[in-house]
Design a protein around this ligand. Structure first.
Ligand code: ADP
Ligand code: MG
Length: 599
C-alpha cells in the first residue's frame, strides 16, 4: 500500500490556521492592536485603506523587538507570552497562542519595523505569503510598526467572502471602539483612507465613554459595581428607554478582554426583563474581573469565547448585581419623548401640582422597605366593598409613619380618560398611567412578596365555589397547589376533577372570586411555551394580569389616588410584569416644542 498521509508544509498549515484566527480585516486589526497592548504601548495608531483590504498599518510605542525576536515573531507558535502549561492557566496578556502574526503573514504582504529602546538601530522584516524576503537593519523609532497589505490575496476563496468596504470598515471600527472602551489610558488614533476617523486621548473611563458614544448617549448610562471574594463586576448600564433593537451595543469584558458570552448576556437581559419593551435589548458595558485560573480563554483561536469553571454562579452573580442596580435607580421609560424626558420620576413626583408635603419624604417614601408599603390590592377591595373613599385608611396605622399624611397627588387634578388611562399633571408636564398595567405591577410585586415572606393574605369565602375541571386542568391545579396556597388561595380537590375554592387572595376583585382561578390557569397555560419562566413567576404574572382592574373600568378619584399610591410603593413602577410601560411622561418642553413655543 502506498503512503497517503503527508505532513503539511508549515506555510500551508499557517494558511489553514489563518482561516480561524483571521476571518476578516477586522480580526487582523484586533490581533495587531492586542500585540501592541501586550507590548506595553501607550499610544497606538491604526491606519487602514479600503476597509483594511488594501492596507492595515498599526504603529505603537511599545517595547519593540530585538532583531532575533523580530526574525522569528512570524513563525507559528512563536510567543514571548507563555512558556509552560502553567503559564496558560494564569494568562494575563491578550495574546498567548503565538499564531496571529504567522497567520496574517501567510495570507498577505507584511512589513515590520521595530526597535527596542536600548538599541541604536532597528530591524526591518518583509514577508510575502508567509515567505521571508528580507531581514535588515533599519532606522526605526522605538516601538513597532506593522504594515499588512493585500490581505487574503493568495486565498481567493476567503477574499471572495469579504463584504464591501463599508462593512469591513464598520467591523474595524467596532474593534477599535471595544479597545477604546476597555483601555481608556491608551491613546488611540484611527485613520481610514487618509481621514482621521477617531482620536481618543488618554482619559478617565467616564470621559472616554463620552468620547466614544457622545455626551447624549453616555448621559443615558449609570455606573455600578459589585464585588465578592472571587469576582468583581463594574460598568455602565443603559436606562431602559435607551434599549436597542439588536444586541450590537453590548460590551462585555473579562479581565479587560472583549468577550462574547451568551450566558452573561442573558443574565443581564434577564435582570432587565421586566423593564424593557418586547424585542429590545439593554445597552451595557460590563467589566468582569476574575482570577484567570477560574476561566479558560483558550476555547477558540479568536479568543472571543471563554469558559468559566462555574457558569451558574457567574450567571447568578451578574443577574443579581444588575438587578440590584436597576431597582436602586429610578427608571422611567420616557417613551417617545425628548428634551428633559429623562428627568426621573422622583423629580416628577416631587413637583406634582398642588403638592405641599416635605420634599425629601415625597422623594423617598415609595422606596421604603416592603413592611412600610401600602398593602397592595387592599385599596381596591376596600373601595368596591364599601364605596367609601379610602385613601389613607387602607393603610394600617402602624405603617403610617413612613408614608406622607398628605397624598402627593392633588385629588382634584387627576382624571381618567377612556376608562383606561389616568392623567396626572406634574410640574414639568403630564404623567399618563395605564391603569391596568399599573395595577398588574402592584399585584405582581405583592405576590412576589408573599412568595418570599411566606405571609399570605387571603379572604375566606362565605360561599365556596365548586368548579368542575377537565382532567388536564385538575392535574395542573394539583401541581401548582403549594404555590397557589402561598398566594392566598385555599383550594380543595374533591375526586379527580372537582375543585373547591373557599379562599382567594386579597387582591381578587369582589365578584371575580368564582372565575379568578380558571382565568389565571388559562393564562398560565397560554404562556406555558415560555420555558424560561419559573412556574412561580408565571403564576404571579398570570394572576396579576387576571386580578388587575381592566381597561374599561371607570375609577373614582379615591381609587385612582389609591392605585397611584400603591404603584409608587412598588420597586419598579415603570413597567408591567410583561414589559409594557406603565407610565408615559409627556414633558412640557415637548408640548412647547410641538406648539412651536419658544418659552
Ligand atoms: P501572541 O501574541 O499570541 O504571542 P503573535 O503571533 O501575535 O502571538 O505575536 C508573536 C510574538 O511577537 C509576541 O509574543 C511578541 O513577543 C511579538 N510581538 C508581536 N507584536 C509585537 C509588538 N507590537 N511589539 C512587540 N512585540 C510584538
Ligand atoms: Mg498576538
Amino acid at each position: 500500500m502506498s503512503r497517503t498521509i503527508n505532513i503539511l508544509p508549515e506555510n500551508l498549515a499557517n494558511k489553514i490556521a489563518a482561516g480561524e484566527v483571521i476571518q476578516r480585516p477586522a480580526s487582523a486589526v484586533k490581533e495587531l492592536v492586542e500585540n501592541s497592548i501586550d507590548a506595553g504601548a501607550t499610544t497606538i495608531t491604526i491606519i487602514i485603506k479600503d476597509g483594511g483590504k488594501g492596507l492595515i498599518e498599526v504603529i505603537d510605542d511599545g517595547r519593540g523587538m530585538c532583531p532575533e525576536d523580530a526574525a522569528i515573531a512570524f513563525e507559528r507558535h512563536s510567543t514571548s507570552k507563555i512558556s509552560s502549561f502553567e503559564d496558560l492557566e494564569t494568562i494575563r496578556t491578550l495574546g498567548f497562542r503565538g499564531e496571529a502574526l504567522a497567520s496574517i503573514a501567510s495570507i498577505s504582504q507584511v512589513e515590520l519595523r521595530t526597535r527596542e529602546a536600548s538599541a541604536d538601530v532597528g530591524t526591518k522584516v518583509r514577508i510575502d505569503g508567509g515567505i521571508k524576503i528580507e531581514i535588515s537593519e533599519e532606522t526605526a523609532s522605538v516601538g513597532t510598526m506593522i504594515a499588512v497589505k493585500n490581505l487574503f490575496h493568495n486565498t481567493p476563496a476567503r477574499r471572495k467572502f469579504l463584504k464591501n468596504t463599508n462593512t469591513e470598515f464598520k467591523h474595524i471600527y467596532d474593534v477599535i471602539q471595544r479597545i477604546a472602551i476597555s483601555r481608556p489610558q491608551l491613546e488611540l488614533k484611527f485613520v481610514s483612507n487618509d481621514e482621521t476617523i477617531a482620536h481618543f486621548r488618554r482619559a478617565p473611563l467616564a470621559q472616554r465613554l463620552k468620547d466614544v458614544f457622545g455626551e447624549k448617549q453616555s448621559g443615558a448610562l449609570f455606573d455600578f459595581g459589585e464585588e465578592t471574594e472571587f469576582v468583581a463586576i463594574n460598568g455602565f448600564l443603559g436606562k431602559p428607554d435607551f434599549a436597542r433593537k439588536g444586541r450590537i451595543e453590548q460590551f462585555l469584558f473579562l479581565n479587560n478582554r472583549y468577550i462574547v458570552n451568551r450566558g452573561i448576556q442573558h443574565a443581564v437581559f434577564q435582570a432587565y426583563e421586566n423593564l424593557l419593551e418586547k424585542g429590545s435589548f439593554p445597552f451595557f458595558i460590563l467589566f468582569l474581573t476574575i482570577d484567570p485560573r477560574r476561566v479558560d480563554v483558550n476555547v477558540h483561536p479568536s479568543k472571543l469565547e471563554v469558559k468559566f469553571d462555574d457558569e451558574q454562579s457567574m450567571y447568578r452573580f451578574v443577574l443579581s448585581a444588575v438587578r440590584k442596580t436597576l431597582t436602586e435607580h429610578d427608571l422611567v421609560p420616557s417613551v417617545g419623548l425628548r428634551g428633559d424626558a429623562s428627568a426621573d420620576i422622583g423629580m416628577a413626583l416631587r413637583h406634582i401640582s398642588g403638592q405641599t408635603g416635605g420634599t425629601h419624604r415625597a422623594e423617598n417614601w415609595w422606596k421604603s422597605p416592603s413592611s412600610a408599603r401600602v398593602p397592595a390590592g387592599a385599596g381596591f377591595a376596600g373601595v368596591n366593598n364599601s364605596g367609601d373613599e379610602i385613601v389613607g385608611n387602607t393603610v394600617p396605622s402602624s405603617q403610617m409613619e413612613s408614608i406622607p399624611k398628605e397624598s402627593p397627588y392633588s385629588k382634584s387634578s387627576i382624571w381618567q380618560i377612556h376608562n383606561k388611562y389616568i392623567m396626572v399633571p406634574i410640574e414639568n408636564g403630564l404623567m399618563i398611567v395605564d391603569q391596568h398595567a399599573a395595577h398588574e405591577r402592584v399585584i405582581y410585586e405583592h405576590v412576589q412578596a408573599m412568595f418570599s415572606s411566606g405571609e399570605k393574605e387571603s379572604q375566606q369565602l362565605l360561599f365556596p365555589h365548586t368548579i368542575e375541571m377537565s382532567p388536564g386542568y385538575a392535574a395542573l391545579v394539583n401541581q401548582l397547589l403549594p404555590d397557589m396556597e402561598k398566594m392566598g388561595f385555599s383550594i380543595k380537590m374533591f375526586g379527580k376533577t372537582t375543585v373547591i375554592v373557599d379562599g382567594v387572595p386579597n387582591d381578587v376583585r369582589p365578584g371575580a372570586e368564582g372565575t379568578i382561578l380558571q382565568d389565571m390557569l388559562n393564562l398560565y397555560k397560554q404562556e406555558e411555551q415560555d420555558l424560561k419562566l419559573e412556574p412561580r413567576e408565571r403564576l404571579a404574572k398570570s394572576f396579576s394580569c387576571r386580578a388587575a382592574i381592566k381597561a374599561g373600568a371607570p375609577l373614582n378619584q379615591a381609587e385612582m389616588c389609591s392605585l397611584l399610591d400603591q404603584l409608587f410603593a412598588t420597586q419598579i413602577p415603570y413597567v408591567c410584569p410583561h414589559g409594557r410601560p406603565v407610565i408615559v411622561r409627556l414633558a412640557l418642553s415637548e408640548l412647547d416644542r410641538r406648539f412651536g413655543r419658544t418659552s
